[in-house]
Design a protein around this ligand. Structure first.
Ligand SMILES: [Zn+2]
Ligand SMILES: [Zn+2]
Length: 199
């Protein structure tokens, strides 16, 4: 990526999921619905050259910046991902275990309630559905020390298509000057905005 080519930065997605069950760990930008994820794949990610895909994680205190971009065979529709996210155990696990490569897949993240899931589905409170009241108006958690009043869980679904990413770096903000992708992202989405709001 050359520093003077204008990049279109995209942050209209929900967050990033991580999976660990295949040979490589999977990184999954999450969309609110399947259609949006499919369109984004078709228009943008599909055209990325695998070997040129870069992911940068830049830690800033309790949050991190997820930054991802690539050279495209279809430059008109090219967009790069970025999102500022809270550090999570999933993120830390990926950071420790990725071994330099990952699969990239797009996915959806949706809220599910008691009536949508099986008995052993886990609530966000950490307890399974069977441990919650069965009443129609009441689904509070039966564990005495748990103050959960409503069964709620998140489900992640992944699109089948995937690409392999072999250029992954974890940086801190002092190091991004030497990284074209991270530097471009911070310049456009952080430093320029700070300068504007100073005026
Ligand atoms: Zn619960
Ligand atoms: Zn509970």
């Amino acid at each position: 990526m050359s520093s003077d080519s204008p990049v279109s930065w995209f942050d209209d997605f929900l967050g990033v999921g991580y999976r660990y069950y295949e040979i490589r760990m999977t990184v999954t930008p999450l969309f609110p619905d399947l259609k949006k994820a499919q369109i984004f794949w078709r228009e943008t990610v599909h055209w990325w050259n695998d070997h040129s895909i870069k992911i940068r994680f830049v830690e800033t205190g309790d949050t991190y910046w997820f930054i991802m971009g690539a050279e495209s065979r279809h430059t008109k529709n090219n967009r790069f991902f970025f999102k500022v996210l809270p550090k999570s155990p999933h993120y830390e696990r990926f950071k420790k275990g990725h071994q330099g490569s990952a699969y990239l897949r797009l996915g959806t993240h949706s809220k599910k309630f008691k009536e949508d899931v099986k008995d052993d589905a886990k609530c966000n409170c950490g307890h399974i559905k069977e441990d919650h009241e069965e009443g129609v108006d009441d689904d509070s958690c039966l564990y005495e020390d748990c103050d959960c009043k409503k069964f709620e869980t998140f489900q992640i679904n992944l699109l089948k298509k995937k690409k392999t990413v072999t250029d992954i770096k974890f940086l801190d903000e002092a190091e991004i000057k030497d990284d074209a992708l991270a530097w471009n992202c911070f310049s456009v989405n952080k430093y320029n905005k700070e300068r504007k709001s100073d005026k």
